[in-house]
Design a protein around this ligand. Sequence first.
Ligand code: ATP
Ligand code: MG
Length: 426
Amino acid sequence: MSTLKAVRGTRDLLPPETALWNRIEATARRVFERYNFGEIRTPVFEDTALFARGVGEETDIVSKEMYTWEDRARAASEKTQSLTLRPENTAGVVRAYIEHKLGETGQLQKLYYIGPQFRRERPQKGRYRQFSQIGAEVIGPPSAGSESPLRDAEVLEMLATLLDELGITGWTLHLNSVGSSADRARYNEVLRAALADVAPKMCGDCQRRAVTNPLRVLDCKVPEDQPIIEALPKIDSVLGEDSKAHFAAVLAALDTAGVPYERNLRLVRGLDYYTRTTFEFTHGGLGAQNALLGGGRYDGLSEAIGGPKAPGIGFAMGEDRLVLTLQAIEEAKAVKGDAYIAPLGESMNPAALKLARELRREGLKVELGDGSFRLKKSFEAADKVARRIVILGEDELASGILTVKEFASGTQTKVPRAELVDVLSK
Ligand code: ATP
Ligand code: MG
């Protein structure tokens, strides 16, 4: 008899790894609590129509990734029904919001969830058929302030805090606005027109999307298509005044609160329900599947599934990817030094020795390179023995500002000498 194994794309989580999962979940619960979120648990399967309407027929999730089956009637009082294992949790939360009339409280609902999701995707590192998401939603009637840009900024600030508390360094927040549903519709038409000429030169998926859902073309990862996509009209050219003002207010609040972000005009996200703010947090250590989490505003979702007007904003983090990132960071910490100092040219060697001496006396584990190495060779040597490389050249010496690259995240930053010990101790 052949031995039975866990199904492709699913896996067992065993100790000691499960301790890390529990730590991540405990940290998330603690942070959500501080922002006054409460937990919601929705069923793992739902009526297929919920996802068809809530996520969108044209999305990859609904068109090719769902686990759907006909559930046979067991009694005369039942009907055979099409059911689906949830591929995401926002649609379920909004269904529950409508079903339990949570809008009638007049209060903003702040709900979080932690649990398994299911998508029939090609399994690879960071991509599974059963995976876990940690997510949260802020939703309510407009009179409760659910459309306020401050809610968007608060959710993003909470995410930055959560990632920091988890010990995930080197993340990047990518931020965009896809505008109101009217702006989106207008942009879709602008894209459709622009794509008419160039789509035949693009990949098969893009040719199809150019007709059915032009916005999705911006998600294409095929290298040959990238120059064509870069030349397409950008979404900010069609945003209405309201959308622009809303987005500007989100950015202003983030700037004041000190949450760093990058504007990414191509970030439209894979789900149809997003309006206005959309975002993603990425981490360089994850390779091709580099999105730690994604989210955005969904002002029309409740109405799309038959509910009252209930604007909202939320996100879903890939817990499997948080685990992978933390494992890589912890592994690097356990075996590698804090820094490798790379002097640029032999004349910098004495200054490099002085810097290494000072850092080592602060308790840091430091490797010292050699100025006769080419920069590429220094990078290769450094990657093997240290978590970061610190570059020391004439400019750095004169300005007192050093270039530090962290290997796990791939991020490069300029660090004043006075802050170097702090940065390298993290
Ligand atoms: P991707 O571009 O990686 O496919 P997505 O746009 O499909 O992401 P969302 O639906 O926004 O992802 O889900 C939010 C997060 O859930 C992702 O950023 C990712 O961390 C995680 N995630 C999504 N699909 C999977 C999967 N199949 N396996 C593991 N994690 C996943
Ligand atoms: Mg996906």
